[in-house]
Ligand binder design. Sequence first.
Ligand code: ATP
Length: 497
Amino acid sequence: MIGARWGAAGATGAIGPARRAASGPAPQGETARAATVAPVNDLAEGPTLEEIVALCKRRGFVFPSSEIYGGVGSTYDYGHYGVLLKNNVKNEWWRSMLTDRDDIVAIDSAIIQHPRTWEASGHLEGFSDPLVQCLGKCKRRWRLDHLQEAVEAEGGDPAGEIRCPECGGELSAPREFNLMFKTHVGPVAESGAEVYLRPETAQGIFINFKNVLSFSRKKPPFGIAQIGKSFRNEITTGNFIFRTREFEQMEMEFFCPPTEAERWYQHWLAERMRWYTELGIRPDRLVLRPHGTNELSHYSSATSDIEYLFPMGYSELEGIANRGNFDLTRHAEFSGEKLEYFDQASGERYVPHVIEPAAGVDRATLAFLVDAYEVEEIEGRQRTVLRLHPRLAPVKVAVMPLVNRDGMPERAREVFEALRRRIGAEYDAGGSIGKRYRRQDEIGTPWGVTIDGETAADGTVTLRDRDSLTQERVPIDGLAELLLDKLAADWVSPKTS
Ligand code: ATP
């Protein structure tokens, strides 16, 4: 959707009231934290997308793709910390689907599938968006439904005349534009070898229903989960990694007896909301928006979107749909295979109904970044900090010698080598200690361990907390256990008011 911005002034300048007072012993290498800690970016508004883009580039999370060739529109490459963060998002999803439950199994299906898949699923016929083009100066292309939503949001008539939002020009009549990328298998581009890059991971699950049922010893209710790349030739991309043409999805198809579908739909609505809030997204930034009857796909009896308050307004993070038996029935029809479940105990044979929570890895990653971003002022100096849930943070602990002499680097390296086997750690010796803390704050590292003059004498180090900025002395013995306990503890964003 094209939402209203949070306000052009979203970022710097507005100094809010002091939120947290300093505590703990005086910090090392950074100004002692006095009672004046003020968020600089307005918490009610959140960061602008430009600030997030700048941080991502500066700290190696996300780069515009093919930059040395001038870039390809709306295509991004993930850098080191972006890869670690995205992996953590995916791991948390797997944890919630597989580790924490015993009724879901995993799959990793191919990107290129039999073209009949997309006939059966309806994508060949119906996976299109209404495209309009500006006939005025700018010639830009737009999704008509997005323009209509924007007009409606401003109280206008979506059925009335709509002009180009860029230059005010007249718009062409809409035409349907299929979003699937077409390619060819084999050396000759003949029509028989035409295939598509999958526009969603879900169909790879449905076409494997029979395989999974026969090997997994599961019976409905059970789910099949998948994470993988999907491709959509989107008409209007944008808003950074929110909408791109190549993206990752995390989708799970939950097969259940028809009479249980509504109960499982409710279950997954609650579960998926819980997943985001448990990982630190502030609940007042999330909404569950049920689709109106005019928005529902013809086969779906109910769909709800989880929306997050992104810098461009509330936008979809994830969709949860009750898909009925549409997918299995269609694939059975097109393939000639029976895709049903026979319950030996009751003698009942039925096509399971499906509840689908479908999320985007990149959108979730963006939401976690936006929600975590904060600029605050400590005694006249600004610090930018990503208050990420420790389980999502790319690096859990940075190990730093206070100065690069007096045996400190050697001791720090030893501590680091011991920690890295147990927990995601980074050795950081470059620049002043203050600069290193700032760098780690910007990538969201929850803990910093500093080896200083006292370490050689008593075997203790300073443990700095990213959020409270407290520093405590702790023994090297038991440090890994202490950090692992902290990592396993429940966590609530300190930005939650
Ligand atoms: P939208 O209405 O924003 O186009 P959708 O309703 O078509 O999304 P689904 O088909 O339900 O999306 O896909 C499930 C999830 O995949 C979305 O909630 C989103 O997180 C992610 N997703 C879909 N399209 C894109 C895209 N172009 N770029 C990034 N993520 C996407």
